[in-house]
Structure formats: C-alpha cells, structure tokens
Design a protein around this ligand. Structure first.
Ligand code: ATP
Ligand code: MG
Length: 557
C-alpha cells in the first residue's frame, strides 16, 4: 500500500497555488466545510472526508464550518445531528460557532433562482420525470427542451405559484438554461428546483419546492465564504455546474471545488443505506454495534481518535478510488494501544490449576508491571494462591508437536510469579479434563529458577480466590467477502456468520473490577480489550476485543 506523504497531497498543492501571490485567493484565510447529510451516523468514510476538511483548515490556520446538508426533506433526524456533532468532537475537531443548516438558506436559494429567471438563465419546464429522461439525448444527440423559450414573465409567475403550493408534485420544475448539447449531461439544462409537498424537519411546511443539491450546495458554500469546497470524486462531473451557479448568481464569493477519492475498506460496506439495512434487519445490535464501521461502532469497539486520525492520514489523499485493508485500520489501533494500554491478565476459556504443594489458605502479592514499554505506568499488585485459573488451551494431556506449555512433566512460568511443573490432571466421569495439577518451585519467586534451569513458556493466570467473572465478546469481520460493497453484489449474502463470539465464563484479574469505558487493556497473550460502554457494569463486566495481538497487515502488499 502506498503511503502518500504530506508533500504529495494534491489538495494542499492546489491551495498553496490559490493563496500564493497572484493566486485566486491571495491573502485570504483558507475556509473549508464538512457537509454531512443528517440521515445516518458517520462512518469511517465520512471520517476521511472530515479529516481532510478540518485537517486542511487546521494546517492553514483557517476555519472549517460544520453544515448539515438537509436540503432534501426526507429522512432527517435530530438524533443524527447530535450524533454527528458528538463524533466530530470525539475525533478532536471543533467548528466554533460555525454550525449551519443547508435549509437555512432556502430563502436565499429562492432569490437566486428568481435572479436566474430574470436574467433569462432559468425557466419553468413541464416535462414529466419520464419525458425528461426521454428527451435527455445522448452523446450524438442534444437534449430536447420544449419549454426553454418560455417568456421570463411567465416563468417568474409559475415559479412564484410553485412556491405558493398551487401545483402538485412533479407538475413543474425549474431548469437552468445552460447547454443542451453539452457532453456533460449535468449541464443539459439541469433541474434546479422541484415540487415536493413534504414536511421538512426544520422548515416545517414552509416550503413545497426544494432546491436540488447541485444548485443549493454552491450557494451555501459561497454565502459562508468557503474558499475550498472539498468533496468526493462522484462530484467531479458536477463541478462545471457548481462553477456555473457561482458565476451566474450574485453570490459574494467564488469557492473552488476540489475532488478526492472516496475511502473504501475491504470486508465492510460504507454506505448509509446499507448500514441502515444492517441495523433495521437486526443483523447487528445497532448503529454502534462494535462490528460496524461507524464512528460510534468503532468507538465502542475500543478505537481511539488517534488511531483513526492516524489511519486516515496514512491512507493519504488520492485522486483515484482505492480500497484499503481493514487489517491496516487494525494495525493503526494496535500501534496506538501498544503504547498506552495497561497490561493485565484475563483467562478467556478457563480451567482450574491447583498447586498441590502450595499451602492452603496462603496468599502472596506480586508486583506486575503495567506496561513494559512505559516505566511511568508503574506496577500493580496481583494476588497469588493455591488455586488459579489458566487457559484450557495452555494444557495438553499429551504433548503434540511444538507445544511447550502445560503437559505432565513440563515446567512453565506463571507470569510474574513462580515456575511450576505439571504433574497431571483430574477428569470428570466423561473423561473431560476439569483440573490441572502442578507443583511450584519455591525458589523461583518472581519467575526465575535459582539454578538457571531454562523454562520455555510463560503463561498467564488469575487467582481463583481473587478475580472477577466477565463476559468477553470476540469480533471478526462483518463480511466474509472482501468486497461486499461492490456494485450488483447482494451484500447481505456476504455476511460472516461468525463475526461475533460471546464467551460468558471468563475470569479476569481483580484490578479490572471497576474498569469503565473509555479505557483499553492488553489482555496478556490475547489482544486489546475495552469495557463495553453500554453493557458493562461492576456487577456484570463485559469486554470487547478491540483487536487481537497478531498483526495480519503486511506493508507493501
Ligand atoms: P453515504 O453513501 O454513506 O450516504 P454520502 O456521500 O451520501 O455517503 P454524506 O452525508 O452526504 O454521505 O457525506 C458527507 C461527506 O462525506 C460528503 O462530502 C461525502 O463526499 C463524504 N464521504 C462519504 N462517504 C465517503 C467515503 N467513503 N470516503 C470519503 N468521503 C466520503
Ligand atoms: Mg450524500
């Protein structure tokens, strides 16, 4: 995977040109905006866009507006508006007092539309949506627009009556008069207003005509004094129309639109429509299910703002679409948590270990380091006694291959405590191992043998007399298929039936008794885990696996 360094960021190169001497924005403050549509929660793709928007403003000492793109009257909800703000703040960005709604400009949009009509640059059309498609023409044939020469006065009158609610949906549209022969179909007299008798979440029933995004968006940018309107690649073909609008209505500024490639990630889908389908059909527990690529899902999974910002920065800004491995996102999280997470011991699939030569009722305290990479993280007390829990996988009655952990006759080190020698096991009536037996070497306190005997393996454990029960949730990719988002694919058929495994009888060390989100721990030999922000409580601890220890990301792949 190519890492694109800052110097290669083509957006910054354009901006440098624009603000330099003689550039179109010479001497101006760089001003960007992030315009989410409040019809769903932000996902990691939006995150990339907003890091570009806010990050670019930050880099140039400029400003970035947060604008809810609520031009379209369908499916908007305050729940989403609040969540979007929370997510952006969580990532560490702020818009100050520059929070706007696209719908607040409806009156202005209307005035500019009237201006266009008066200039002979827009007209009321009465083609039905079907006819509109039929008359669009193709590369060899221009579009046909029978109402193009409607007198200005007549268009003005009809447009006013459209606003007043005299006509039913789709009876008329307002079209910009641009070029019926253009090779760019967006310029073939595009519709800029349509009739929709719909309630708007903020405007109520004030409007029954709504501006199209391609008309409203450049006006919003221009009125807010945006210098650089950064957007994803699907708007490239709309740039000509964007420029046409700002040039032909009397807005105070002429922003520049620059497009970048959308972020794609393998084994997931990044489209609000598809994510909503997962939620509504109960494939996941909600928008914040820890398997979701939404920011609230990633946060609940244990992702840190730093890891996500780092990921987006390193993916870079590209001009052509690219798909990044989910494993790279995990790699960025692992890197961050490796430095910061407290190391603890937790047994996911426990089996009892009894140290037969350790006195009953005796208890010792060991000091175990919190983070071997960070001396300042200090030590914590871990109690030790005759009965411990270890991973069932760390014992084999008969050793196979290169297994060097617990098997009869073998010595292992119990992390931070003693060296023990396995002496056998106890089985139930069905022949299942229910308890492992061992003897400890009293001379090996702290983990080193007195005579220098080599001990190959170190295993983790918790004191059965002093530990907590926990539920632990292990996550895997939501989709088996690496590209469930591909056009034409039934993404619901690509789901991984094993994306969630719940372990309900885990044993974790006592220091985790009061663990609360947000916090991250490295469960020794297992991975990074965080308390679940919704379901975990001191009475019922629940941990999510954020990421395993094993890194499957291969640089250069
Ligand atoms: P979706 O298909 O998920 O609904 P959208 O583009 O309709 O995406 P918006 O709320 O309109 O969602 O997006 C806000 C901004 O985020 C837009 O500027 C859009 O270009 C950008 N964006 C959305 N998805 C991605 C992505 N995968 N990569 C980069 N930018 C994205
Ligand atoms: Mg959109």
């Amino acid at each position: 995977m190519a890492e694109i360094t800052e110097s290669k960021n083509f957006i910054h190169a354009f901006i440098d040109e624009d603000i330099a001497e003689g550039g179109q924005f010479e001497g101006m403050t760089v001003h960007t905006r992030f315009p989410p549509e409040p019809n769903g929660y932000l996902h990691i793709g939006h995150c990339k866009a907003l890091i570009i928007d806010f990050g670019t403003a930050e880099k140039y000492g400029g400003m970035c507006n947060l604008r809810m793109d609520d031009t379209n009257p369908t499916k908007e909800d305050v729940e989403f508006v609040d969540a979007i703000r929370e997510d952006i703040h969580w990532l560490g960005f702020d818009w100050g007092d520059r929070f706007f709604y696209g719908s607040d400009y409806f009156e202005k949009d209307y005035e500019y539309a009237v201006e266009l009509i008066k200039k002979g640059l827009a007209y009321v059309c009465e083609l039905t949506p079907e006819q509109f498609k039929e008359y669009r023409g193709d590369l060899q044939h221009p579009a046909i627009s029978p109402y193009r020469d409607r007198p200005i006065e007549e268009s003005l009158d009809l447009f006013r009556r459209m606003r007043e609610g005299e006509f039913e949906d789709n009876r008329y549209t307002l079209r910009a008069k641009i070029d019926l022969t253009s090779g760019n179909f967006n310029m073939r007299d595009p519709v800029i207003y349509r009739i929709r008798h719909m309630h708007h979440h903020r405007q109520g029933d004030k409007w029954c005509i709504y501006p199209m995004y391609d008309f409203a968006h450049p006006i919003q940018d221009a009125l807010e004094g945006i210098t650089h309107s950064l957007c994803s690649l699907e708007f490239e073909n709309h740039r000509a129309l964007y420029n046409w609008v700002v040039e032909h209505v009397s807005v105070p500024h002429h922003p520049r639109q620059i497009e970048f490639a959308r972020l794609g990630i393998d084994h997931t889908v990044l489209s609000k429509r598809k994510l909503r389908a997962l939620v509504e059909n109960n494939y996941v527990s909600g928008w914040d299910d820890p398997r979701m690529p939404t920011l609230c899902g990633l946060r609940r999974r244990g992702y840190t703002p730093k890891s996500i910002r780092n990921f987006c920065d390193r993916v870079g800004v590209a001009k052509s679409p690219n798909t990044i491995e989910f494993a790279f996102l995990e790699h960025c999280l692992r890197e961050d948590l490796n430095e910061t997470a407290t190391r603890v011991m937790a047994v996911l699939k426990p089996i009892k270990l009894t140290i037969t030569n350790y006195p009953e009722g005796k208890s010792e305290i060991f000091q175990v380091e919190n983070n071997s990479l960070d001396e300042s993280a200090g030590y914590r007390d871990v109690t030790f006694s005759r009965n411990l829990w270890i991973e069932a996988d760390d014992f084999m009655e008969e050793k196979v291959g290169k297994f060097f952990r617990m098997f009869p006759g073998n010595e292992v080190r119990l992390k931070g405590a003693y060296v023990v020698k396995c002496t056998g096991c106890v089985k139930d009536e069905n022949g299942n191992v229910v308890e492992v037996l061992c003897e400890y070497d009293p001379e090996s306190r702290g983990g080193d043998t007195a005579d220098g005997r080599k001990v190959k393996s170190t295993i983790h454990w918790v004191d059965a007399a002093n530990c907590c029960d926990a539920e632990i949730r292990l996550y895997d990719n939501l989709f088996d298929d690496p590209d469930p988002d591909a056009a034409g694919k039934d993404f619901l058929a690509c789901m991984n039936p094993h994306s969630l495994e719940i372990l309900s009888d885990c044993k974790v060390e006592a220091s985790l008794k009061d663990a609360k989100a947000p916090s991250s721990f490295q469960f020794m030999r297992q991975g990074y885990f965080c308390p679940d922000s919704k379901d975990s409580s001191p009475e019922h601890l629940v941990f999510n696996r954020s990421v395993s220890l094993k890194d499957s990301f291969k640089p250069g792949k």
